[in-house]
Design a protein around this ligand. Structure first.
Ligand code: 9MR
Length: 358
């Protein structure tokens, strides 16, 4: 009888939402966190900028998120608010409110702002896909978008991912609307137009997969070197580094060293380390996995810390806590890719980042 009452009470609590809040993570991570020394933060401990991609919805709705962003990071990227479709949903309409909110938040809290991203194959709005015009009209469309956005944030946004993910897995230029309408020159034009709008902004080419192996990496490096040789205003290379704990240290080191060899600034721009690359639905994040993740974060930070100081633009993680990561939603699997857990407690990975500069 007693057992039955407990069961009823529990059921009532669950259905009334007392035990399970609406915002509870789908894949809660266990309490694998490290003790907090409040005097230690990432931004104060690292000898280069340490940033995060941030999401406006979370900044607004979750105090714990906002607080950890303010406390731990000194460079911010907007995860989505500055993408083409978000800023420029129809030909004659720009919607600035979300990007403004992000830039204001960053400025009020003294953070460097990295702009992401002006031109990307993935998110042209429908009006761009349906746009009819000759080469000159397409050129104007590209130029107008880039210069309107860069001009608005001139002096506020320190750097831009000008072109994102232009290289395909086989190392050739990826098919996309910009390539179709403007040819390969869309890339150099994008940099030139951005530079005209803000000559002080640092301009980056950003891509993923440098660490996959030589095929894609060589395609990216050849592209970047050809831009440099042509005198295109490019100042940095972004290695997204959406990686996994099973990636070899040799591949990660090769990604960083080949980028360094271009002579440009190097930004590890979207770092996260997936712990469930095989999509196992009932995987548990164990202490053993957490230690392997810590070691991988440490290796990446240690390798980056050893590159010439004047090429260190910084490291940015792609969001903050595990439940914020794009990975769970994208792959519909449990995963724990970031240095903070679902409740913004510091994980072993956090300690790995600190250890990387010891
Ligand atoms: O994390 C971003 C996710 O919220 C968006 O839905 C998605 C599409 O715009 O983009 C994600 O961020 C991507 C970034 O802009 C470029 N590199 C890969 C990132 C993860 O997909």
């Amino acid at each position: 009888m007693k057992r039955y009452s407990i069961l009823l009470v529990t059921l009532a609590l669950v259905s009334s939402g007392c035990l399970k809040g609406q915002n509870d993570p789908v894949f809660p991570s266990p309490e694998l966190t490290i003790p907090v020394d409040e005097s230690v933060t990432l931004q104060a401990s690292l000898p280069f900028k340490f940033g995060a991609a941030v999401n406006n919805g979370l900044l607004r709705s979750k105090a714990a998120y906002r607080n950890v962003v303010i406390k731990e990071f000194n460079s911010l990227t907007s995860e989505n608010a500055m993408k083409f479709a978000q800023l420029h949903p129809s030909e004659n309409t720009y919607t600035w409110s979300e990007a403004d909110y992000f830039v204001d938040f960053a400025q009020q809290n003294g953070k460097r702002v990295h702009g992401h991203t002006l031109i990307w194959y993935k998110n042209p709005p429908t009006w761009v896909l349906n746009y009819q015009g000759d080469a000159a009209a397409w050129d104007k469309l590209l130029k107008d978008h880039i210069q309107t956005v860069v001009t608005r944030y001139k002096g506020k946004v320190a750097s831009w991912d000008v072109v994102n993910e232009a290289v395909a897995e086989n190392g050739t230029l990826r098919d996309c609307i910009w390539l179709q309408k403007l040819g390969p020159e869309y890339i150099e034009k994008s940099f030139i137009y951005a530079h005209q709008a803000d000559p002080d902004a640092l301009l980056f080419y950003n891509d993923y997969g440098h660490e996959y192996g030589p095929t894609k990496r060589t395609g990216i490096i050849n592209l970047v070197n050809s831009l440099i040789q042509k005198g295109v205003p490019i100042h940095g290379i972004g290695l997204q580094m959406h990686t996994r704990y099973t990636q070899s240290n040799a591949n990660l080191a090769a990604a960083i060293s080949t980028a360094v060899a271009t002579g440009l600034k190097v930004h590890i721009a979207e770092l996260d380390i997936a712990m469930n690359p095989d999509n196992i639905q009932d995987l548990t994040y164990t202490a053993g996995l957490a230690e392997q993740q810590k070691a991988k974060y440490e290796f990446i930070v240690r390798t980056y810390n050893a590159i010439p100081k004047n090429q260190q633009f910084g490291i940015t993680t792609w969001n903050v806590g595990d439940s914020d990561s794009w990975i769970r939603g994208e792959y519909n699997r449990p995963d724990w890719p970031l240095p903070f857990d679902d409740n913004y407690n510091r994980k072993a990975a956090y300690q790995g980042i600190l250890d990387g500069v010891k």
